[in-house]
Structure formats: structure tokens, C-alpha cells
Design a protein around this ligand. Sequence first.
Ligand code: ATP
Length: 925
Amino acid sequence: MSPLNVPSRTGVPAHCPPALEVSQPRSALGRVGVPHPHHGPGGPSLCHSARGLPAPLRPLRARVVSRPPPAPGGRPHLERHIAELSLPSDLAHHSIPAAGQVSHREMHQILGIQLRVRRRRRRFQHRPRHSRPAAVLLRPRRALAPPGPRMRGHFRALPEVAVAIENPEVDAAMATPDATQDSTVEGPQEEEKQESSEGLEKNENSVSKAESEQTNAVTSVKSQDQEQEQEKEQEQEQEKEKEEDEDQESIISSLLSDAEPEGGSPRTPKRVLAFVRVKPTAHFAQDMIKLGSDNKSIDIYIRKSPKGGIVNNTQTDWSFKLDGLLHNTSQEMVYETVAKDLVSKALQGYNGTVMCYGQTGAGKTYTMTGAASEYRNRGIIPRAIQQIFKSAAEFLNILVTVRISYLEIYNETLFDLLAPALGRGSKDNQLAVMDGPQGVYVKGLSIHPVSHEEEALHLLFEGETNRVIGEHSLNKNSSRSHCIFTMYIECRSRDYTNHKCLKSKITLIDLAGSERLSKTGSEGQVRIEASYINKSLTFLEQLVIALADPKREHIPFRQSKLTHVLKDSLGGNCNTVLVTNIYGEAEHLEETLSSLRFATRMNWVTAEPVPNKPFYREASVKALEEEIQLLKKELTLHDFLANRAFVSYNPLTTAQRAEIRSQVQKYLRGVIEEINIVNVRQIQEVFRQFKVIVSQQEEEVESRLWNKYGLGQRDMAAESESSSSSDLGLDESQEQEEQEDTESTVDKDEDLEQEEDEETLEAESHPTSPIPDGEKEAKKDDEKEKSGTPPPETIQEDSSPPKSPSKNLDEEEEGSDQDSDEEMSVSPSGEDFQKLSSSPSASQGYLGSREDGSKKMDNPELDRFWELLPSLETLCEDEEEMISSEEQTEKKKKKPPEKGPFLAKNRGEKSFFHPKKIGKNSFPT
Ligand SMILES: Nc1ncnc2c1ncn2[C@@H]1O[C@H](COP(=O)(O)OP(=O)(O)OP(=O)(O)O)[C@@H](O)[C@H]1O
């Protein structure tokens, strides 16, 4: 090496300027400089432009002696080729040119630059910590998912952005010597440089300066080596992760393959994992809380109170050993320790639960959801979402689908945080915890499919904004509810011939914090909430104690909503992890103790994690069909034994509907006293018919009012037709009948009265015969019956199952209507209902007697109807009076009311309801 230590340059034009002596690897310099115009992009990168340097350094240029010796023409020639070199900011890393090779002035310039650079650096480093801007430089991170607008500033990784530290107290705590590396990202290297640069400054006029700078250069090379090593490590980690994903994929593939594992999955009892996370604080009670060097044990020591007297036997020492201590630990580390494995196991079919427990303000929400201010502070939930979608994206043969739900338990009431209209407090929105064959579930809770990470994060944020938050002295944003975020994972093979499916779920629970009212100073609503929270946490503790005791027969799951919801999430067959958040301060020691006791109890609970069994999707549909068939057979048997063999459960045919309509009309006129109930379909149809009649009456009354007050004629028939057909979806014949009914009721009141009198007589002699008016089809049947012609086909039809069990009722009805219409080309006799109405004994056990002679049954709709009847009658009477009180009085005198619940006395008027007093919707449907 030459004294200048210049590396030999090959392939460079002769007129190219010589290089400044450097001891850094070329690649490193290349990052600072830009290629000289004479060098290609791959050429030597020793020529540095002024760009990239601090502004005051830009005008300074270094003149460098060329090597090999100057060409003939001497210095002027060289000067022509002097590089407009801008010196790298890190001049300390450059060795000093040998004496005589640069002029004195040039040397001075270089050194001056170095000094200024060093001074600038020192000035910043020696500034006291508190006067430094409260900002840390974040390393650029890989963006994981494009964040939505709501997440901007929350979960986005911005390269090289200065972010103000959110919590000064926590910052101070993190800045203590035992603080995490996370808060001092650039720490060690800077310190090293600082030390070395200070040393250099002292000896700057001595020869040893050059040596120390050489040392610095070596350090810099070393740091670069370290960087390279880090990069390598990262690459290795990535490769490892990739391998893990591949392993995972092969495990899932084998689970989904047809081969059944021999002897089933191994059941190895495993204890629930319990970790403790200490909230960073500047006032850590070091003399009272001792954290074990094994990072698992924690000892608490409380001084004896002098109030206890001379003989004071109160316990002062406690020792806890758990699965890990998370003290001054970054969010990433917490996730890796607590949840990473659990999440990857969930993809292999294991259910998993992570629960955060602790005193209010101790950092449960921070651990579970994270702080929104910085990307690196995201919590377990967003990281779990990220892990799942990342793994899913790397699977080649496995298709992963994810669904999400977010439940809140606030004051012992369940709320859906992702419900489209939250409706907090509305009764209709009430959810219920149910025990199903496949475990506990929340009836009415919305579950949302998500196809990528961003979508899932949006839902998380939506839920977060809907949570109930209160303020007290220990926490400005205290969660006042328990929240359960659940991810339902489904793995399937991309091979479409494989219909197997593997399901699992991850339950992430952020409990509300236990709190002492004396400490939090809660008042009013916050106080009420606190009492609910403490109560439910006590029940949870009781549950954990019971679970930890293998001899306990009864586990009190149903004591509270929280314990009931968590029935299959704590222990059992799932991987369960508890994170207990505690304060490290002396004033919260009692609460810390009780939290640690809870953690220990939880640690005693054993679980036997086993993967869920894969199932065939198609097979499950078949199984349901088979079960429906079985239940139908069972029902037939029961009916037979209860003397109800004539009852059919198939969708109603047109004729059956007509028959029901006829019965309803008879009932309303008082011809029959009751309508016997045989099955649910019949009940639905009865109500439907009631609704039709009511709407007709409304129209009629309205039209009368219009006529009476001279407001003109309305096209009632057309309206009636459109409303009835659109609302009720009745068939054409029915619509026609309704129209006829309407017309006849509007135009022929007097005739009707006469006719109906006749009908009544007729009906009394033939109680089951349909009404001739408007019921042509049914009338024909009656005539046929009278003439003794046997019905061509009874209503009792074949009991073939519906074609598709997934169809809804209306679809089924329509489809089967078409079928049955084809089958029943001639109107049926309505045997079922005739039999029923003529033989009430058949349904005696089914219906209970009411006081007023009507029937009572276990149907809330019908019960409601019966309850409504008297009020309806009253309203009708009011209406009648309003229309024509005199006329009505006369009619009443002429014709005493017949028996029946209502309006037999007013048949001629047919004005049952006042349109304004009873809206359409007020009638049960
Ligand atoms: N490990 C931590 N590092 C930094 N800040 C933290 C940490 N733990 C908690 N904090 C901060 O402490 C405050 C309270 O935390 P958090 O809301 O998570 O408590 P909590 O246990 O959920 O309280 P509550 O039960 O009342 O809801 C927040 O501002 C949070 O950012």
C-alpha cells in the first residue's frame, strides 16, 4: 500500500481525478457519494458530490495529490482534474494524508472540517437529556399492510420520522439503565463514537490523532460489519420463518388429508401459561419487588406496619414463580413470548386464548390492543392478525379464511361492538350466551368475514371506538367493560377434491381492570361500573379456583356473563395464556399481590390442547338432512300416539290456504267460536289472513270517510290489489278473491247483510263449510262434499323432504306450492281442518281453554292476539259510533249480536278497525 493507501484503480480513464485516501470499503462510500461523470455507475465511487453533506461543509473542497505521479504539464494539468469532492460527513473515519502529499493549507482545511464536524456532534451529544427534543428516530420498517385512513398515524410505519414520546413518565422509566433497547435505537454506536471523538479532540494537535482516527475508522468498519451481521441474521430469521410456515403447511395438509392419525391426537396435560408484565415506571419499588434473575420468579416484601403492635404476625414476604416476567419489554417481545406460538398453533386447528388481567391502568389494553401513536407499539391483537394473514399468504396449498367478532360485556350486558347499528341499550339488540353442541356461542353476535389484514384492522378499530371508556384518577381512558375479540379460522385444501375443513378460533380477552374505589375516586356511573367489574372479576376468580381443583365436580360457569362466555376458552382443549399486568410502584403493592395470586391460580389450571377434528363440509349438510328426516319420523310417531296422525307438516297448498281464510272469516263473523290450531304453518297462515282482512277493512273505512266528507272517490280496489299482492305475496286467485271481496263490501252493503244472514244459517247447519262469498273454490268443495263426491286428493300429502334444506321458508312454500298445485288439480276437501274443527278433542292436550271460550296455546304471537282482541273490539265500536251512531243503534235493535269474539253484530258494516287508531303494523304478523 502506498502512503496514501489509495487502492489501485483499474479501468479508469487517465484524466480521471485521483481518489481521496480512505480506509472504508468501497461499497460504504458508494452509499454516500454519487458516481462521477467519468465513471460509470459501477465505477469507483470515491468522488463525492456536495450532496449529502451539511450545508456549511459544501463549499469546502479537498485537493488531492494524484497518484501515480503527475503527467507532464504538472500541477495545472492536475488541477484541471481536481475532483469537486465533497467530504463525507464522517471525516473522522478518513485517514490523514501523509505530509508533503497535500499542501499545508489543504491539510488545514481537512482538519478544520473534521474539527467542525466533531464539535457539532459533541454539542448535540453533551446536551442534557431533558433539553433534547423528546423524539426518537425510528428505523424504517417494513410496511405490513396499507393502512386505511383511520389507521393513519396509528399503525403506519413511517421511515425516519421523529415521533414525540407519548408518555413522559413511561419515557423516563424506559430511559433508566435497565430500560429496553427499543427506546434507544441508536444508542451503543453513538456512545462509542462519542467517546472516541472526544478522545480525538483532546489530542487533535498531536500525532496520535491520526492513530485514533484510524481506530475510529476501524470501529466504523466494525459497525458496518455488525450491520451486515444483523442483516444476515434478519435474513436467516426470515428463512427460518419461511421454513416454519412450510412446516406448518405440511402439518395442516396432513390434518386435512384422508389419512386418519393413528390413535387420534395425543392428549398431553399442560398448564395454562401465566406471564407477568410490569408497567414501566420511574418509581419502581426496588426494595419491595425483586425480580428473579431467571426471569420467572418475583418476590414481594412489605414492611411491617408499626400499627400492628409489638407482636405482629402479618405476612410480609411472598414469592411467586410463573412462566415469565416481562419487565421493560417491548411490545414485539411480549408478542413473541406470549402469543406467537399460540397463533401459529391456531392455524393447525388448536383453539387459543390470551387474556389480560390486572389492576386498572396497569396496561391491559396497551398489551392487548396497543397504543395507536406508534406502529411499534401495536399490541397482541394487530400482531396476531398480521401473523395469520402473513402465514396464510405463504401457504401454497392451504386456503385460510378468517372471520371476526368483537363482543363487549358492560354492566353484565352483552353488546356487539361490530353491529351495524349498535343500539346500546335497545332491547331488540340483546344478545344471549347459549350452550350449543359445538360449545358456547353468543346468539345474535355478528361475525364478519375478512379477506385481508387491513380489513381486519378496520374492524378492530371500529370495535375500539364503540367501547365504553371512563376516566378516573388512575387511567384517563379506562375500559369500563370486558372485551372479547375472536378470530375464527378455517383452513381448507386448495385441492378441490379434498372437502375437509379445519376450524379453530383465537379468543383475545381484554378484561376491565379491578379497582379500589378509594384509589380511583370514582363517582356516579363510573362507580356503578366499577362495582359490576369487581363483581364479575370475583366470579372469574372463583371459576379459576374451581378449574384449578381437579376434584371439583361443579364448575360455576353460569355465575356471570363473562364466565359463561369463557366456558370453552379457559383451559379445556385450548392453549391458554394469561398476561397479568401489574404496577411496579409501592403504592399499588396490595393490588399487585392480589393480581399475582390470580396469576398463580391460573397457572394451576391444566388444559389438554388438542386440535379440532377436520370435518367434511358437504358431509355436514348431508348429516343435517338426515337429522331432519329423523326428526320428521319422530314427529309422525308422536302425532300418531297423540291421535294427531292426520296432521301434515308440509308447506300449505292453495286449497289449504283458502280453507284457512274461510275459517278466519267465519270466526270473525262469529259463525265458529274458535280456530283449532294444528301446526305452526297453520298459525302463520291464520295471521296472514287476519292481516289481509284488517287491511281490507282499513281501506274500506278510509274510502267511506272519503265519501262521507265529500273528498271524492278513491280507487280502492287497485290499491288493495297492489298492497295485498306485494305485501303478502298471495297467489293470483286469492288476490282476485280479495278484490272481489273489497268490491262487494264497498258496493253491496245491504245485499251482503242479507247474504250473510243466509250464510250464517247455512254455516250453522254445516259448520265446516266455507263461505260462499268470495270463496268459490272452497264452495265448490263443499258442494262436492254435499253431493257425496269423495275428494280426489286429501291434504295429507307425501312426507318427502324439501329439496334443499338451506332454502328459506318462503322459497320452500313457493316451490312446494307449485308442486302441490300440479298435484292437486282439483280442489281438496280441507279434511284436515274439518276434522280439527269438528273434533276439538284431538288437540285438547295441545291447546288450553281460555276463560272466554277461545283456545290458549304456547305461542306468544297467538297469545298476543288474544290479548289484543278486547281492545280491538272497543276500538271498532268507537269507529262505528263515529260513522253513524244512529244507524248503528237501529241495527243493534233490529239484530242482537251473535256469539263470537267480536263484530258479529256489525257484519253489515264490516268496519272493524279505525284506520288511524290501529295501523297496519300494530297487528301481530
Ligand atoms: N408497558 C407499557 N409501556 C408504555 N406505556 C404503557 C405500558 N403499559 C401501560 N402503558 C400506558 O399506561 C396507560 C394505561 O394503560 P391501559 O389503558 O392499557 O391500562 P388498562 O390496564 O387497560 O386500564 P383499565 O383497566 O382501566 O382499562 C396508557 O396510557 C398506556 O399507554
